[in-house]
Design a protein around this ligand. Structure first.
Ligand code: PLP
Ligand code: COI
Length: 362
């Protein structure tokens, strides 16, 4: 076991009300065959923002919530979320990965959607308490983890198209297996865009994902798993792959697009960049044109493409489509994707030293 960092802070601890479940449903869960994100743990955290302040968070049995039909979430889509994971090491410790980055990004998203900031103590203390209570829900099987979904939305009512006056912050958790079942094939998008300059692409706003569903459905009908989003203006530069940031390896250089208004500043992405640089892999953060990727695929210098994100971890892409043509990316013996995935998951699960201080013990 290696050392885990705990978050040092002078802040006050949050008061949390706890309403435990009467009977756990954990025995009904097959931890050897976990789907992604569709089995939920016993408890959830719920906190209301009313009259200009966050009330005491409550940890209670996982259950449906009741909302007024005029709640602005339904009409104007004021809704943001985060995606995180908790892991168990072989000593039974519960671990988080860079959780303050998620808290900061949630508040960045909140600002853009005019949702009030969530204080660090509610987010962090609430999350840790929830994980303590549902500690048995953190899977121990290789490749499984507890997927954590913190989210905030407008519960305040009114048909006036303006920000709501009340919000809910909720954290639910789901013991989960892999996000993708098999190989990932992607279609490079030529027409639709998930985000535009000046828009909300950099935020983790629910609406960004709703906007992706239709073009993704068209891609799935053609036999792909995901869309590679290109810039909204020219569709000449590749930006993201569905719910992942994208990396391209040309010869031995790993290239990823710089983040901008349209791209989520992924925590996996920035961790991978750091790890790769420290392994002396040549990393370039620059625009990648579709024509460069096609040329590389044609002349054999396109060695790898992979998506990176919390849910998907690192997902190698086996081929892509563009303008009705299919391009294969032949598998390598020891791809960067495999080395980087092992390195990051070993850090996350306490199988390796964490020189960065990313791992946080619950
Ligand atoms: N890009 C999009 C659009 C995403 O939804 C995600 C998933 O969170 C990512 C990238 C990867 O971000 P992270 O590594 O922080 O999970
Ligand atoms: C994550 O990777 O955590 C995400 O939020 C992606 C999600 C849309 C499944």
């Amino acid at each position: 076991m290696y050392i885990c960092f705990s978050i040092q802070s002078n802040r006050m601890k949050s008061k949390i009300e706890i309403q435990p479940i009467e009977k756990s449903k954990i025995n009904s869960v097959d931890f050897d065959n976990l789907p992604f994100g569709s089995v939920y743990s016993d408890h959830m955290l719920e906190c209301d923002y009313i009259n200009g302040e966050w009330k005491t968070p409550v940890i209670k049995p996982y259950s449906p919530i009741s909302l007024d039909p005029a709640a602005k979430i339904f009409h104007y889509g004021q809704s943001i979320f985060e995606g995180m994971k908790a892991y168990k090491d072989t000593h039974g410790n519960s671990l988080l990965f860079r959780p303050l980055e998620n808290w900061k990004r949630l508040n960045k998203s909140a600002e853009r959607l005019v949702i009030p900031h969530i204080p660090e103590e509610i987010f962090m203390d609430g999350l840790k308490k929830l994980l303590e209570i549902d500690t048995n829900w953190i899977p121990t099987n290789e490749g499984s983890s507890l997927y954590i979904r913190p989210f905030m939305f407008a519960s305040g009512i009114g048909f006036h198209a303006s920000p709501a006056d009340a919000y809910k912050f909720i954290i639910c958790t789901a013991p989960s297996g892999a996000y993708f079942g098999g190989e990932v094939k992607v279609l490079i998008e030529e027409k639709y865009a998930r985000a535009a300059n000046g828009g909300v692409g950099f935020a983790k706003a629910g609406g960004n994902y709703a906007a992706q569903f239709y073009p993704t459905q068209l891609a799935i009908e053609k036999g792909y798993n995901q869309v590679i989003w290109t810039d909204d203006n020219s569709h000449e530069y590749i930006e993201e792959a569905g719910a992942m940031n994208i990396f391209v390896r040309i010869n031995d250089t790993l290239i990823t697009s710089p983040t901008n208004d349209r791209i989520l500043d992924g925590i996996t992405r920035k961790s991978i960049i750091q790890i790769a640089k420290d392994m002396n892999i040549d990393v370039e953060i620059r625009k990648i044109s579709v024509s460069e990727v096609i040329a590389a695929a044609q002349n054999g210098s396109l060695k790898e493409m992979f998506g990176a994100g919390t849910a998907a971890v690192i997902s190698p892409i086996s081929g892509f489509g563009y303008q009705e043509t299919e391009y294969d990316i032949p598998a390598l013996k020891t791809p960067f994707a495999e080395i980087l995935k092992k390195t990051i998951t070993d850090i996350q699960t306490n199988k390796a030293k964490d020189p960065y201080g990313w791992r946080v013990m619950v």
